[in-house]
Design a protein around this ligand. Structure first.
Ligand code: TXA
Ligand code: MG
Length: 326
């Protein structure tokens, strides 16, 4: 059931559902989340069941503010405090030590918990209305089936889960790729997943370089090699190689779509092409919707031009590399 996030009655209804242990899909500035109250292991189990997500992959807990973060965190170290001050509310998730006895299922039993304070007005209204009903955190992975492309529009959520799920519609997500994740659970802070907030800005807020993620860094499913997979096989190519491959293809019958920034289709080609924007923020904003659209054409292959190598493209490059690894 798709409800408008502009409608105060819909927000209340969604908050009631969360308080009662039901699932609600909601917009954030990054992607849509599939939410359940984080303090209720039975409610959280419904997320794992619906997504088809393995029970040992921890979920992020969404909170309204730092005070509610302290309901779930055992402590916040200096790095966590600095990042909260610099980037919350916003597209940044912190892995911190978990307070004992809470959000066990959401954290998949780990001693740490992922906390994120979203900036999207509908997410914030939902969290505020839920807090009035005694809910201090909403566990929520991206609202897609496990391993598939994250949803950046309410319709994407309906496409994955059908019309029975309560979905708050907040329009197209601004950022378009999932939050940056920084591990602040003990060791020197490390970037587990790149997002819109560039590495350099995180290091500036920390006044220290980020550590490399170590073999002992917490596991994150968003950091699995193969993730974000379209049904078609996705292949990433440098511009020159893509151009040559398209020229050589001629009129062959490959069922192929192209997602490129600088490489045009050969003259007369009837292939489907989507243009990747030149600005990295625009490219991130459109990435998952573009992949879902190209995938919906039912073709065998999607050839994608490699994005530029600079840091501003880290998030988009990461998601495309994972999609190609699937
Ligand atoms: O932007 C986002 O982060 C979106 C929106 C909905 O907030 N959420 C999202 O959730 O991307 P999800 O579950 O698809 O990705 C969260 C990532 C997963 O890779 C998970 O393994 C990792 O965060 N994670 C969560 N808690 C963790 C923990 N305690 N330790 C290590 N990794 C954790
Ligand atoms: Mg996800």
């Amino acid at each position: 059931m798709l409800l408008s996030g502009q409608d105060a009655a819909a927000i209340d209804r969604a908050a009631e559902a969360l308080a009662a242990g039901e699932l609600v899909a909601f917009p954030t500035e990054t992607v849509y989340g599939l939410g359940a109250r984080a303090d209720d292991d039975a409610a959280v189990a419904k997320i794992f069941a619906l997504k088809g997500r393995p029970a040992d992959h921890p979920l992020i807990v969404h909170v309204l503010d730092r005070a509610d973060a302290l309901v779930f965190a055992a402590s916040l170290n200096d790095a966590a405090e600095r990042l909260i001050a610099a980037f919350w509310p916003g597209p940044l998730t912190l892995i911190v030590p978990r307070a004992p006895g809470i959000a066990e299922a959401a954290a998949a039993g780990q001693g740490s918990v992922g906390l994120r304070c979203p900036a999207h007005p509908v997410a914030r209204q939902l969290l505020a209305a839920a807090r009035e009903r005694g809910v201090h955190g909403v566990a929520g992975p991206s609202a897609n089936r496990f391993g598939r492309i994250s949803p950046t529009r309410a319709q994407h959520v309906v496409d994955d889960f059908g019309a029975d799920l309560l979905v708050l519609d907040g329009g197209a997500c601004d950022v378009g790729i999932e939050s940056s994740i920084v591990d602040c659970s003990g060791r020197a802070p490390a970037l587990l997943r790149p997002g819109q907030i560039e590495r350099g800005r995180i290091e500036a807020a920390l006044a220290a370089p980020l550590a490399e993620r170590g073999a002992d860094s917490p596991r994150a499913s968003g950091t699995l090699e193969a993730h974000y997979a379209p049904r078609a096989k996705l292949r990433l190519m440098p511009a020159g190689m893509l151009n040559t491959a398209l020229q050589m293809l001629g009129d062959s019958a490959l069922k192929l779509a192209v997602y490129s920034r600088t490489v045009p289709l050969p003259p007369g080609s009837r292939l489907a092409r989507r243009v990747m924007p030149d600005a990295p923020e625009r490219a991130a904003h459109e990435l998952f919707a573009a992949l879902r659209e190209l995938d919906a054409l039912g073709l065998d292959l999607i050839w994608v031009e490699e994005p530029p190598a600079d840091a501003a493209w880290d998030g988009v490059r990461d998601r495309l590399a994972r999609a190609a690894a699937a």
